[in-house]
Design a protein around this ligand. Structure first.
Ligand code: SAH
Ligand code: SF4
Length: 366
């Protein structure tokens, strides 16, 4: 099912050049602290004005300065001259049989990205994208077929959540946020960090840090930095138990191998009662043997973690296959017998291409 929204056509190449050359500063990309400084230094305006603008952008979700009715007309005019409100336009909403919704959104430059809203019992989890494409190049991931076209601006990351709020309507809210859509979040570190600061701000959406998870393929130097900068949850796509296997799947394992990655995970500053999520994509006949399961129990020994097994989601042209469900269960039992908490994540929204590793920014044939 697909509902087309009455939205302006996407920017063509002329518009694209114009937008990319737009010298005005993007206010939606600024966390509140930075916005306050900018108001003071650039406009000579007090901090509370910046707070007002921040709340217009992130709580009331307005998309133009003219809607900010508690600012003087003069200030609104001045803002229009020197600043812009970055973000995305909503192109399409697709609804899967299981209630999962996929939002197709366009950047001002005309690139398409995706975000997915997944109902889980009475809660809503949103999976957001951090880049257009990805340069890590994992062999099993559809996003990797697309070269890295662009890092998303903080405003474009935050706007995925603001649009999701718009689509689900008042009275409901996004309960959990996972940075598991298109792209490698830690390869776009500063914009991802700015988005986290904005999304958790008490004068914005005020999402709890406990409810946000950043997933990485293992960009080791940025793992420690994230832990020092903000207390969100960390998920790591381990996906293999030997370096030979892992390098074949995730090329950056050549730079940061399993041992280096595990050391970074052990050093990650976990708040009390929190655990690292270890993701493990299960590929039939490649990394799903019971020996792999045993090796995994040894690798993770002593790490405060939970394991998330993700049976592979196939896409056209993929060489890997999903293991049989009873085989996945046997793998899980080995881990459980060693006292690990294990969940098997059968992805939702497969019929609309919204499952893990199925995001490529392309509108699907209806
Ligand atoms: N770049 C980050 C986050 C996005 S990928 C990362 O790699 O962690 C989110 C998760 O989807 C990762 O755990 C990845 O291993 C998994 N994934 C990618 N393609 C998949 C596929 N086709 N089937 C199942 N899981 C997949
Ligand atoms: Fe990039 Fe993650 Fe896909 Fe690997 S699995 S290509 S890191 S999005």
């Amino acid at each position: 099912m697909s509902e087309r929204l009455p939205i302006a056509p996407r920017a063509g190449s002329a518009a694209r050049t114009k937008i990319e050359a737009d010298p005005r500063v993007d206010l939606k990309s600024m966390p509140r602290e930075r916005l306050g400084l900018w108001f003071k230094e650039e406009l000579g305006e007090p901090r509370y004005r910046a707070d007002q603008v921040f709340s217009w952008l992130h709580q009331k979700r307005v998309r133009s300065f003219s809607d900010m009715t508690n600012l003087s007309k003069a200030l609104r005019g001045r803002l229009d001259e020197v600043a812009r409100i970055g973000g995305l336009t909503l192109e399409e909403v697709k609804v899967a049989k299981d209630g999962t919704r996929k939002l197709l959104l366009a950047t001002a430059a005309g690139d398409l990205i995706e975000t997915v809203i997944i109902p889980m019992e009475d809660r809503l989890t949103q999976c957001i994208s951090s880049q257009v494409g990805c340069k890590i190049g994992c062999d099993f991931c559809l996003t990797a077929r697309m070269p890295l076209r662009r890092h998303l601006a903080a405003s474009e990351i935050v706007d995925q959540v603001l649009w999701a709020q718009e689509v689900i309507g008042e009275g409901k809210s996004i309960n959990n946020l996972v940075y598991m859509g298109m792209g490698e979040p830690l390869d776009n570190y500063s914009n991802v960090l700015a988005s986290l600061k904005t999304l958790t701000d008490e004068q914005g959406l005020h999402m709890g840090t406990k409810r946000i998870t950043v997933s990485t393929s293992g960009v080791v130097p940025k793992i420690a930095k994230l832990g020092a900068d903000i207390k969100v949850n960390l998920a790591v796509s381990l996906n293999a138990t030997t370096d030979a296997q892992r390098t074949a799947l995730i090329p950056i394992n050549k730079v940061w191998n399993i041992e280096t990655l595990m050391a970074a995970l052990r050093a990650f500053p976990l708040p009390p009662r929190r655990r690292i999520t270890v993701e493990y994509v299960m590929l039939a006949g490649f990394n799903d043997s019971l020996e792999d399961a045993v090796r995994l129990t040894r690798l993770l020994r002593g790490l405060r973690c939970k394991v998330n097994l993700i049976p592979f989601n196939p896409w056209p042209g993929s060489v890997y296959k999903r293991p049989a469900a009873d085989h996945v269960d046997r793998f899980a039992v080995v881990l459980r017998d060693a006292d690990y908490t294990v969940t098997v994540r059968y992805s939702k929204g497969e019929d609309i291409g919204a499952a893990c590793g199925q995001l490529d920014g392309a509108p699907q044939a209806a």
